[in-house]
Design a protein around this ligand. Structure first.
Ligand SMILES: [Zn+2]
Length: 307
């Protein structure tokens, strides 16, 4: 090969690359699919952690609710409060789920995919627990995902569900946990909106610097497959690993009600439920990985539930 033909070869390789980028981006540069911006998510995480411990029923969680609602409003996303009183081992607690809705193209807007996560932090009296990964990461992630999805053409309505009261008030046993998800599912059963809920993608503790997410055997297999296949396509299968674990979390009430659900969680986190679950233990990169994978899996999830 002469120098000239080599240059020509390099040239056409470059144009093939450009075409491939355009096809993958589904349009012209700047009009591609939405991007999850972990810089923005990190700022939300920083703000939430700065509020301090945010257990259910506290003044601090009210403050974090205000922050979440203000951020969603700034992104042009509608948010509703679902408030109730629940009986806990420490008496009655005021709880509030936040339901953000991004209407889809379908005529029936109730047909929806939910992406959920908890925003409360576990109550500790002996330590200052700010829950950077446990409670903070999921809430910060959902705020940024709402902004990203608002700029996307969504075939189905997407609901970002900020759950309160995931944590046990005292100890994870009986009904002392997952207050928000249980309440949401019961209310959706009563008002008939549960049967239009096609899938639920739950995120929890996704901030870990050394993020490693195992498949959860309680989760719906096909939904888990779609997420893990998307991770593989994105070459992020070093984070979404093939190992399996079994997790009890906010997805269980949905599964019990027949809603396909998957839990994306890294529970092997050394600072879990300690004073060390702070900004130093988490990273923006981890939030980016989960954002990239969920956005990459979404078209497949939408196609599957629309069948
Ligand atoms: Zn926890």
């Amino acid at each position: 090969m002469t120098e000239d033909s080599a240059r020509l070869g390099a040239c056409s390789a470059a144009s093939v690359l450009i075409v491939a980028v355009l096809v993958a981006g589904n349009g012209l540069p700047g009009q591609g699919p939405p991007r999850f911006d972990s810089g923005r998510a990190w700022e939300h995480l920083r703000q939430l952690v700065a509020i301090g411990p945010r257990p259910a029923g506290s003044a601090a969680i009210e403050q974090s609710r205000k922050y979440i609602k203000d951020q969603l409003a700034a992104a042009g996303v509608t948010v509703a409060e679902q408030a109730w009183e629940d009986q806990t081992p420490l008496g009655k607690v005021h709880l509030v789920n936040l339901i953000a809705t991004i209407p889809g193209d379908r005529k029936d807007l109730r047909d929806r995919i939910v992406v959920s996560g908890h925003y409360d932090t576990k109550l500790f009296r002996d330590i200052r627990f700010v829950g950077a990964s446990d409670g903070g990461s999921s809430a910060a992630f959902l705020i940024e995902l709402a902004r990203a999805l608002k700029g996307r053409r969504n075939p189905l309505t997407i609901e970002l569900l900020f759950l309160d009261g995931e944590e046990a008030v005292v100890e994870w046993q009986g009904t002392d946990h997952t207050y928000g998800s249980r309440h949401y599912v019961e209310a959706a059963k009563r008002d008939g909106s549960l049967r239009t809920l096609r899938a639920n993608v739950l995120v929890d503790m996704i901030g870990d610097r050394d993020l490693r997410i195992k498949r959860d055997s309680n989760s719906t297999p096909w939904l888990t497959d779609l997420i893990w296949e998307a991770a593989k396509r994105q070459k992020l299968d070093t984070t979404f690993v093939a190992d399996t674990t079994r997790i009890e979390d906010d997805h269980l009430p949905f599964l019990a009600a027949g809603v396909p659900s998957v839990d994306i969680i890294d529970l092997e986190y050394e600072p879990w439920h300690t004073a060390k679950d702070t900004l130093e233990a988490v990273s923006a990169r981890s939030l980016q990985v989960v954002g990239d994978v969920i956005l990459a899996a979404l078209p497949q999830i939408e196609a599957r539930v629309s069948r």
